[in-house]
Ligand binder design. Structure first.
Ligand code: PEP
Ligand code: CO
Length: 465
């Protein structure tokens, strides 16, 4: 079993030539949606200048290695697992939270590697996921109206004038928290995370509650055997065999922050956003003539685009033309988030549009964001069976349209929170009141995340049979 694949064995991605008429700040000539409005322009300028001087969070060669791995995934030889919090916050930059999140992602990836029989590209929604788009610029409570909370990158969630005022110092803090997260993740990954590779240490008590308990038991037993076999023949701990790759991603929403971390590097042409390996454009800011698309046009990073049910064929073709005119492999990742009720009608025409364009893309399913609803008590939640149904439909629709689903994008945490209902333990609306921590979107908890990984494997094998 191939636990990790060496990226050095890959052929380098061929890229055409640098983008013309683009500068890291050329987005300023376009309309930028969802931006914070800072009362003190001078303080903002000073913070951005400082940010532009700080060392980068990632390197150009890591970014290029991810591009190669995405190109491999486009060719059907890898699967992408992208996951993490809806929003990170500064207060939760702590050892147990980071460790548990990394653990669940690694455990899920082992389940996927074993079940799909291919290497998995692991991308965390972390080390920079601090900015959030909002449906309204302001929030009113008891007759008082204040700016909306836009994520810890911009302001504080507390409801006071002072807390909600956009504070440029937070841009520097976000860089520092991202660096702390990144540093700890790199150390954990370097250390091999040995116990993650022993399925007997995993908490699988939830499994008994699943109607698929027998099947899932067999799956974990067979995974455990494969890992033990690897250790036996190599005489070494699997975790220490080779350093696993872990990439970071976030929604590159706050354009001044992203621009300040966009740099040129020696012996490479073009510009890299060195604040993350894999920035994505959210659904609300993906307008063809908007500032976000302009900013992304000049980056050499792989680019994620969230695709919602409102997207047209013309828009998608225009977007591919703009962001990937050279039709380079490894560049474009389309993350669809239609909702289980809409995916069957919305996705097939877009798959055809991409096929007609001849542009290489990696299709990834985000089964979370189209399935958000409120309970009778007004609690934001997502139903596990709907998330699962959208994920399963995504596999089927791609297969039936001669396309391929090459990855999943999930909002999850390594904690046992109660934010999404359902799953093996069948969490109810009442359970949501017990351990609901998210200040933004509801996440799959540890158990639900592992269950989702097993369901992906199950769906994949059913379709392959
Ligand atoms: C998100 O990923 O948290 C998000 C806001 O997604 P979308 O842009 O797809 O709504
Ligand atoms: Co979200």
């Amino acid at each position: 079993m191939n636990i990790t694949a060496s990226s050095s064995s890959l052929s380098p991605v061929q890229e055409v030539h640098p983008v013309r008429d683009w500068r890291p700040g050329s987005w300023r000539q376009y309309e930028a949606l969802q931006q914070a409005s800072y009362p003190d322009e001078k303080a903002l300028g000073a913070a951005l200048a400082k940010l532009a001087d700080l060392p980068p969070l990632v390197t150009s060669w890591e970014i290029l290695s991810l591009r190669e791995q995405i190109a491999e995934a486009q060719a059907g030889r890898r699967f992408v697992l992208q996951g993490g919090d809806c929003a990170e916050n500064f207060a939760e930059c702590s050892s147990p939270l980071i460790t548990n999140r990394l653990k669940v992602l690694l455990q899920m990836s082992l389940v996927l590697v074993h079940g799909l029989q291919m290497p998995v590209v692991r991308i965390g929604r972390f080390a920079g996921q601090y900015a959030k788009p909002r449906s309204s610029d302001t929030e009113t409570r008891d007759g008082k109206t204040l700016p909306s909370y836009r994520g810890d990158l911009v302001n504080s969630i507390d409801f006071s004038e002072e807390a909600r005022r956009p504070d440029p110092d937070r841009l520097l803090q976000a860089h520092a928290y991202s660096a702390r997260t990144m540093n700890f993740v790199r150390s954990l990954v370097d250390g091999g995370f040995a116990d993650v590779h022993h399925t007997e240490y995993w908490d699988l008590s939830w499994l008994e509650h699943s109607p698929l308990a027998d099947e899932f038991h067999k799956l974990t037993e067979s995974l455990g055997q494969s890992l033990r076999f690897m250790e036996t023949i190599t005489g070494r701990d699997v975790g220490s065999l080779r350093r696993v790759d872990f990439f970071t991603s976030h929604e590159a929403l706050h354009l001044p922050y992203e621009q300040a971390q966009t740099r040129q590097v020696p012996r490479q042409w073009g510009w890299f956003n060195l604040g993350t390996h894999f920035p994505w454009i959210g659904m609300r800011t993906a307008g063809l003539e908007g500032a976000h698309v302009e900013f992304f046009r000049g980056l050499r990073n792989p680019v994620g685009i969230k695709i919602g049910p409102g997207v047209s064929r013309e828009w998608l073709i225009g977007l591919l033309e703009k962001l990937n005119p050279g039709r380079e492999p490894g560049r474009m990742v389309l993350i669809h988030r239609m909702g289980e009720a809409q995916i069957e009608s919305r996705l097939p025409p877009l798959i055809r549009a991409v096929q007609d364009s001849g542009s290489p893309v990696l299709w990834v399913s985000d089964p979370m964001h189209g399935n958000t609803e409120s309970t009778g008590d007004g609690i934001k939640t997502r139903r596990f069976h709907k998330i699962m149904r959208e994920m399963e439909l995504a596999f089927d629709i791609h297969r039936d349209n001669q396309s391929r689903l090459g990855g999943v994008h999930l909002e999850l945490t390594g904690e046992n929170v109660t934010e999404c209902t359902g799953g093996a333990r069948d969490l109810s609306d009442e359970d949501l009141k017990r351990d609901y921590k998210s200040t933004v979107d509801p996440r799959l908890n540890y158990e639900q995340s592992l269950e989702m990984a097993m369901l992906i494997v199950r769906k994949h094998s059913l379709n392959a049979a």
